[in-house]
Ligand binder design. Sequence first.
Ligand SMILES: NC(=O)c1ccc[n+]([C@@H]2O[C@H](COP(=O)([O-])OP(=O)(O)OC[C@H]3O[C@@H](n4cnc5c(N)ncnc54)[C@H](O)[C@@H]3O)[C@@H](O)[C@H]2O)c1
Length: 381
Amino acid sequence: MATASKLRTVIVTGGAGYIGSHVVYCLVKTRQYKVISIDNGHNSFPEALARVSQLAREEQASETKPADLSEEDWLETNNIVIKDGDITEKEVVRALFEEQGGKGKVWGVIHIAAWKAVGESTEIPLTYYHNNASATIQLLQTMNEYDCKRFVYSSSATVYGIPPKVPIPETSPLGALSPYGKTKVMCEMIVEDLCTAQPEWKALSLRYFNPAGAHPSGRFGEDPKGTPLNLLPILGQMAVGRLPPTLNVMGNDYPTADGTCVRDYLHVMDLASGHVLALNKLVEDHSDIFPDKKKQYKQYNLGTGKGESVLEIVEAMRKATGFDYKLEIGPRRAGDVPALIADPALAQKELGFHTTKNLVEMCHDLWNWQSQNPNGFEGSA
Ligand SMILES: NC(=O)c1ccc[n+]([C@@H]2O[C@H](COP(=O)([O-])OP(=O)(O)OC[C@H]3O[C@@H](n4cnc5c(N)ncnc54)[C@H](O)[C@@H]3O)[C@@H](O)[C@H]2O)c1
């Protein structure tokens, strides 16, 4: 007779995307979770999770099965359930819970899926509010319906808008400038209100700074559809000839050491590991971070606490790739702030979150991924 599974079932929305695929990998590697990903492919390729699952399977050969885990569970951790579905459709999300056996069967949700292009969000705000905010409300309603009340939310440093001081603590006032950023603020507030109204809920919002790099194997990494909007994937694609070699530096007259914008870049594997730490805090015995059991909700910055300028990033990528980037200095981009750097002290103290990889490793791993996969996932098996 099969023994009851000890694995906790976790749904990851947006699991096939850049951050999602690395989070799924880290969850699988704990060998404590059964992972279900739902992603509609808006900005991702199914190949990403196929590779995550393949790598986890290969690596298992040199891992030791924990004594308390059954053979079935041990193998089950590699069986990522990969669903192609849109989380704005309530029935699609309900079906996920039903397939796991209904009420009380899904342990928690990591909600990563969102649209994230700041500029685009100013052009089609309703689409952003629908996909990011309405979908989150609906997801939380469905979770309530299925008695699933542990939630980790992908928020962003963009919630801080123009911060009055840098490094930015979590207590900094929220002032998102774009519709995209406002969806993040709104969702944080919605989750907080839910936790206030229903004390049995436990939720954490993770405010990511600038994730970069790729899994060190080079088998999965960032591969957005269309032209990338972030600096590091742009530089990666330039170096493989997918984009023209000239970078438009948007402003060099900011009050920073070299005049270009400074951001807090953290390795995507460090960021992904932060999600495992966050989930661990939602386990009954470890929820020491919630002194007030009447509202079990908190936000954490996930960053390094250090900043690098655009020119420093270009130089680091030049060293990693050997590519001769051309620079064109243009005007400032509306809404850009000189420096966004996390104060990561709270996440360090309460979650045990520490970044382990530096900028050189980030650029190395990004290049390892990009050079092995010049066209990303497209065209692969
Ligand atoms: N990458 C960053 O710099 C950054 C920084 C701060 C916060 N974030 C947040 O982190 C999360 C993940 O970002 P990412 O960089 O991995 O982006 P991504 O686009 O690679 O991942 C998002 C995933 O969600 C999926 N998705 C979007 N709408 C969906 C829907 N309605 N139904 C199902 N799937 C849907 C997309 O297909 C994609 O795979 C987002 O919430 C983003 O706002 C990202």
